[in-house]
Structure formats: structure tokens, C-alpha cells
Design a protein around this ligand. Structure first.
Ligand SMILES: Nc1ncnc2c1ncn2[C@@H]1O[C@H](COP(=O)(O)OP(=O)(O)OP(=O)(O)O)[C@@H](O)[C@H]1O
Length: 288
């Protein structure tokens, strides 16, 4: 089979994926998204003989738009652009989780700093302010006081680009210094790790410690439902443990798996490629 890897930078994650695909004898077409031009009807030449495109674009904007074009050319692509669109935006992500009856932190969106201030006061302190688009915990704020809130909101309103004028305010979840990342393929967990840190942001990218995590039935059920809520695919489901059970704060569509591969004894790239092969076979059956 021929797998198209749509990328802008080959990270460790992509290297793992490429070598697993090649070890299994697959053809791999590396497609650098920065060099492509996407017309309205004809796919660029690089996509012509590809059985399945795997979106590994680093930048969310490229991922969201490029997958729409690839899908419009009727070239199978994972993840589906609809899933990318939901996961790329924290407001859409939260709405989808609620729609899927998946527990998720209380969240309010407001469009002016005054309305956001009212929302913050209603949540009380601390609460959390996040950009609707972004990852690796960047530009997130834990707000401890009204004066801090006023300063951050003013900065965002004055200096932020347009996405920062959507104020996404969230309850602060007392998560015991850790959260859980689950890599799942169509709701089926591949591997899970707990990320712990003294910092309130416990992303691996921010230096959190990682350890393998065994999922209980509640978590398994939530991962399945969270995946379904955003349209399925190869996803990173993020959960926090609370006194009342788990809450899912986000589902990521363009997921890194290097840290999971190191933290667990699962051969993550092998399991991902198993799933990619199944998806490619399904697509071939559909088009036969
Ligand atoms: N409401 C919250 N209460 C407490 N901690 C939170 C809350 N939301 C997020 N966090 C912490 O901040 C981290 C990053 O949050 P989030 O996943 O929303 O941001 P991100 O920038 O999309 O990160 P990533 O790229 O890992 O998905 C979480 O892993 C968690 O540790």
C-alpha cells in the first residue's frame, strides 16, 4: 500500500511512523505541505497514487485546511477534516463533548473583556483562560485574582490576534497534579500515560513526568464516547481525575506519540500502523 505522509517537519513521531511503514514493505510518499498548492478540483501530483493520506501537519491551520482539500479530491485522509475542525478549536471541542454526554469541565465563552470578566467572577478563583486555538499549554492562564484577570483580559483584547478575542473561560479542575493522555484509534485505546507535574499545566511538552497508566472501565467508556463525539480517528484523549470521576478536557486530532512510546511498554507506532493498514484496506474495499 502507498501511504502519503502530509507533514511540515519530520519529528521523532513521524520518524517512528515512517520506519514502521517501510519495515512492513509499504510505499511511503512524503508530502511536504509547504511545497503544495491546493487547487479546487485536481489533486496535486503527489497525491495521485496514494491509498491513504496521514495528516501529520504541525500547524493546526495547515492541518485543518489541507485535509479539507484532500478529502474534496476524494483521496482518503486521516483524520477526517470534520474531526480536525472540531478538535482544532477548544470551543467546538467542548460543545462536541457535551453533545456526546461526555463529562467535560464547565466552560463559558465570551467576546468582550467585560463579559469575560463577569464569567470569571462567576467561576471564582482560581479559574482558567485558554486560547481557543493552540496546543502544548501555550498562552493558557490560571487566574488567581480579579486584578490578574483584568490585566490578562486587557492584554488579550489589546495585543491578541482575532482568536484571542474569543475568551474561553473554564472552571479550574482540582486534578491532583496530574492528567491522563490516552492515544486511541476509533475509540480503542492504544496506550495511556499519566502526566504529573508541580506546575498546574501537566503537558509532556512542558516537562511533566510521564508514567504508564492502566485505564479502568469508566475511563475506557469515556475514551470511546469522546472519540465518537468528535468523529473518531487517531486521537489523543485528555482526561483529568476528580473526586466525582473523570472529566475529559480535550480531544486532540494531531497527536504526538513519542512520549507515550517511551512511557509505556506498548509498541505505539506498530499499533498505529495496524490501524492505518485497516483504514487503508477499508477505503480500498469501498472504492472497489
Ligand atoms: N480546567 C483545567 N483545570 C486544571 N488544569 C487544567 C485545566 N485545563 C487544562 N489543565 C492543565 O493544562 C494542561 C494543558 O491543557 P489543554 O490540553 O487544554 O491545553 P493544550 O494547549 O491544548 O495542550 P495539549 O497540546 O497537550 O492538548 C492539561 O494537560 C492540564 O494539566
Amino acid at each position: 500500500m502507498n501511504f502519503g505522509i502530509l507533514y511540515s517537519r519530520i519529528r521523532k513521531d513521524e520518524k517512528l511512523l515512517l520506519s514502521e511503514l517501510r519495515d512492513r514493505g509499504h510505499e511511503v510518499t512524503k508530502i511536504d505541505v509547504r511545497k503544495q498548492q491546493f487547487g479546487l478540483s485536481e489533486p496535486p501530483a503527489d497525491f495521485e497514487d496514494v491509498d491513504l493520506v496521514v495528516d501529520r501537519c504541525l500547524a493546526t491551520s495547515r492541518s485543518v485546511y489541507a485535509t479539507q482539500f484532500v478529502d474534496a479530491y476524494d483521496v482518503p485522509v486521516v483524520n477526517h477534516p470534520d474531526t480536525a475542525g472540531v478538535c482544532a478549536d477548544k470551543a467546538k471541542n467542548s460543545l462536541a463533548l457535551v453533545e456526546g454526554a461526555v463529562p467535560t469541565p464547565e466552560t463559558t465563552v465570551a467576546f468582550t473583556k467585560d463579559a469575560a470578566m463577569d464569567a470569571i467572577e462567576e467561576f471564582g478563583y482560581p479559574c482558567v483562560l485558554k486560547p481557543v486555538v493552540g496546543s502544548w499549554g501555550r498562552l493558557m492562564a490560571k487566574i488567581d485574582s480579579r486584578t490578574a484577570a483584568e490585566a490578562i483580559l486587557e492584554h488579550k483584547e489589546t495585543l491578541g490576534h482575532y482568536e484571542h478575542k474569543v475568551f474561553y473561560v473554564q472552571e479550574y479542575v482540582d486534578k491532583g497534579g496530574e492528567d491522563i493522555r490516552v492515544l486511541a484509534t476509533d475509540g480503542e485505546p492504544v496506550a495511556a500515560m499519566v502526566r504529573s507535574s508541580d506546575h498546574w499545566i501537566t503537558n509532556a511538552a512542558k516537562g511533566a513526568e510521564t508514567d504508564a497508566f492502566g485505564l479502568d472501565d469508566e475511563a475506557l467508556d469515556l475514551v470511546e464516547r469522546a472519540s465518537e463525539a468528535v468523529g473518531g480517528g487517531l486521537l489523543g484523549v485528555d482526561l483529568m481525575g476528580t473526586a466525582d470521576g473523570y472529566t475529559v478536557h480535550e480531544v486532540n486530532h494531531n497527536v504526538e506519540f513519542k512520549a507515550l512510546n517511551e512511557a509505556t511498554d506498548v509498541d505505539v507506532p506498530a499499533r498505529v500502523v495496524d490501524w492505518l493498514e485497516t483504514r487503508a484496506e477499508q477505503e480500498q474495499e469501498v472504492s472497489a
